[in-house]
Design a protein around this ligand. Structure first.
Ligand code: UDP
Ligand code: MG
Length: 316
């Protein structure tokens, strides 16, 4: 009988330093799982170093290793999407190239899948390997996101998760081109099991996500999964209008009773500046969403493939 196939989907962006350690450790872990055969789908996300050459070298003679070369750097979310589209497995696991997630845990995930779960997520038990700032900002992000969005994302859960073929096919049906994967993963739902683990530090190289990139990533998440930030302005408008009405009545009555009094520069200027600021924020948020509509309306593909390699040989 044929064993089910497990696809490990790995995005690589300037990871030449990690590749040498990547394949031995990951393949050892995967070979130890007797219940499945495996393939490794490596997506080279427009690396500017020797990542592609090294990938091809490692894949030489091993038909289980696929390399998908994108035409430029499209970002991790797009690279993951490419990998999910290329993967043929009955179960698919997105995996980082830097070995921050232990490949030895995959056995446990497969066991859960065999118990009948469609999704097995890995939750970080602690964030000791992260800096204080990263921990703080991550906590703030999850809190904000889950307060504002209809789709809740579980805290401290990354892209490292097992998904059955049904889940992957469901993800592939989602048409949006700006892909916030954490949110999409949650949106599709399915029967989910959680296991916990400790995330290690990168084995080599540096993180590809600067603070600015993470901030934009967080905004992407907020605007992808809900319109509360848009709606808030209507409520704020109502509150301000009611307050103005009360204050205006008070001023009118006071003028009738006490007569005209001219001073009031401070209160006028305060009101103008404050309301001006509030309006600008509101317009900014509307702009954020209009921008998203604009990007989506172009219907551009999420990524472009330049070449595919199997066992180190070029296929297309
Ligand atoms: N990555 C990618 N494209 C990018 C940025 C990152 O494919 O534009 C890959 C990277 O090679 C790694 C994974 O995404 O395999 C996670 O990146 P990283 O370890 O830098 O993120 P962190 O763990 O710091 O969040
Ligand atoms: Mg990493």
């Amino acid at each position: 009988m044929k064993k089910p196939l497990l696809s490990l989907v790995v995005p690589f962006y300037n990871e030449e330093e990690t590749i040498d350690q990547f394949f031995p450790r990951v393949q050892m872990a995967l070979e130890a799982i007797a219940a499945v055969d495996y393939e490794i789908v490596c997506v080279n996300d427009g690396s500017r170093d020797r990542t592609l050459l090294k990938l091809i070298e490692c894949a030489r003679g091993d038909a289980r290793i696929h390399v998908v070369e994108l035409s430029r750097n499209f970002g991790k979310e797009a690279a993951l999407t490419a990998g999910l589209n290329e993967a043929l497995g009955d179960v698919v696991i997105p995996f980082d190239a830097d070995l921050q997630d232990p490949p030895e845990m995959i056995a446990e995930m497969v066991a859960k899948w065999q118990e009948g779960f469609d999704v097995v997520v890995a939750r970080r038990a602690d964030r000791a390997s992260d800096t204080f700032m990263k921990r703080f900002s991550a906590a703030a992000f999850y809190r904000m996101h889950n307060m504002l969005s209809e789709v809740k994302i579980p805290e401290n859960v990354g892209d490292f998760r097992l998904m059955s073929r049904e889940v992957v096919d469901a993800l592939k049906m989602l048409p949006e081109s700006r892909r916030f994967m954490k949110g999409l993963f949650s949106w599709v739902g399915f029967r989910t099991a959680t296991i916990s683990y400790t995330r290690e530090s990168r084995v080599a190289g540096k993180t590809k996500f600067s603070a600015w990139k993470l901030w934009n990533f967080a905004l992407e998440g907020l605007t992808s999964f809900g319109t509360l930030p848009l709606r808030v302005w209507s409520y704020l408008g109502v509150v301000v209008a009611l307050f103005s009405l009360v204050y205006a009545s008070y001023l009118v009555i006071r003028t009738i009773v006490l007569g005209i009094d001219v001073p009031g520069y401070a209160s006028i200027i305060t009101a103008i500046l404050f309301l001006g600021g509030v309006q600008l924020i509101g317009i900014g948020i509307v702009g954020e969403y209009v921008g998203r509509i604009y990007m989506e309306s172009k219907h551009r593909p999420v990524y472009l493939v330049r070449a595919r390699f199997r066992a180190g040989e070029r296929r297309s």
